[in-house]
Design a protein around this ligand. Structure first.
Ligand SMILES: CC(C)=CCC/C(C)=C/CC/C(C)=C/CC/C(C)=C/COP(=O)(O)O
Length: 286
């Protein structure tokens, strides 16, 4: 005589499910893996209904890996595309952590001027000179001076836009540093002059963004002979290299900084302040 529960075979929960096979009711545990010989309607109820499938899909890869026997994929029963989906995030994670490990290792190897007694400690003063050459203060002060001294409208326009670009660079780098909050390499000695509080973070390198942006700016707006153009490019590269050699940055901070500075120049061009715009702005404020 079946129990009253048998009248409602579709009910599920923590209690065993009653199934009918060959006209006889049998108990089946919900916590044990399903026998392959189970009738199709029980297989359906156990995990192949859309709701359960959705729940399984929303589980994290780790959780799904842990419960492989219940999904059937560990025993090779799971659909092949599900395995593919599970592999992708781990592959990306492995690739990123490998890149990070290479970055840290390479940066440590290249940080040969991190202090005076490092293997290349004797060239540290030269590296610090390159640091000053890419610092925000000399660039802002120099540009402001040229703007003040310039007696042509074209010169003033170029210098004003460079000045705006330098301010934009400080703001954008500050925002990214505050968002990413990557610590400077452990071998760095924090002996830089005139820094903001966000400069305790290393991603991206502010010197690299400035060097890349100013380098592009100079090449585009100054009429320079070929050797000088090469010198500008050399300076940009050396500023970036000196950041890693001084132990201030990891390689990825500088590479990203170069890319960011390159893009910042595009932004400066887009927001270019022409004399007409300036007159309009000054006219509005007057
Ligand atoms: C001189 C004029 C006209 C204005 C000064 C405006 C001002 C307060 C500028 C601040 C410039 C400044 C302190 C920039 C920080 C530069 C720096 C140390 C960046 C860190 O570079 P990183 O490569 O180590 O990330």
């Amino acid at each position: 005589m079946p129990s009253p529960k048998a009248k409602n075979p579709g009910r599920s929960g923590g209690s065993p499910v009653l199934g009918s096979s060959n006209g006889r009711y049998e108990f089946m545990s919900l916590t044990k893996p399903l026998n392959r010989s189970s009738p199709p309607h029980l297989l359906q109820r156990q995990g192949s209904d859309p709701t359960t499938a959705r729940l399984r899909a929303s589980e994290s890869p780790t959780r799904r890996r842990g419960s492989g026997s219940s999904t059937g994929s560990a025993s090779g029963q799971g659909p092949p595309e599900e395995d593919g989906i599970r592999l992708n995030p781990s592959l990306i994670r492995v690739a990123l952590s490998s890149l990070l490990a290479i970055d840290l290792w390479l940066s440590k190897q290249l940080g040969v001027c991190a202090c005076e007694d490092s293997s290349w400690g004797s060239v540290r003063p030269l590296m610090k000179l390159l640091e000053i050459s890419g610092h925000g203060i000399p660039w802002l002060a120099g540009t402001a001076y040229c703007l003040y001294k310039s007696d042509s409208a074209a010169g003033q326009e170029v210098m004003l836009n460079l000045f705006m670009g330098l301010l934009l660079d400080l703001i954008l780098v500050g925002i990214v540093k505050a968002l990413v909050r990557r610590r400077r390499p452990a071998h760095n000695r924090m002996d830089m002059f005139a820094t903001f509080s966000v400069d305790r973070y290393s991603f991206p390198s502010g010197h690299a963004t400035r060097a890349a942006m100013c380098g592009r700016f100079l090449l585009a707006h100054l009429v320079l002979a070929a050797p000088l153009r090469v010198l500008v490019l050399l300076w940009v590269g050396l500023v970036g290299l000196s950041r890693v050699m001084l132990g201030r940055h990891n390689v990825t901070d500088v590479v990203f900084g170069f890319w960011m500075g390159y893009c910042q120049y595009n932004l400066v061009e887009m927001l270019w302040l022409s004399p007409q715009t300036l007159q309009g702005l000054l006219g509005q404020s007057a």
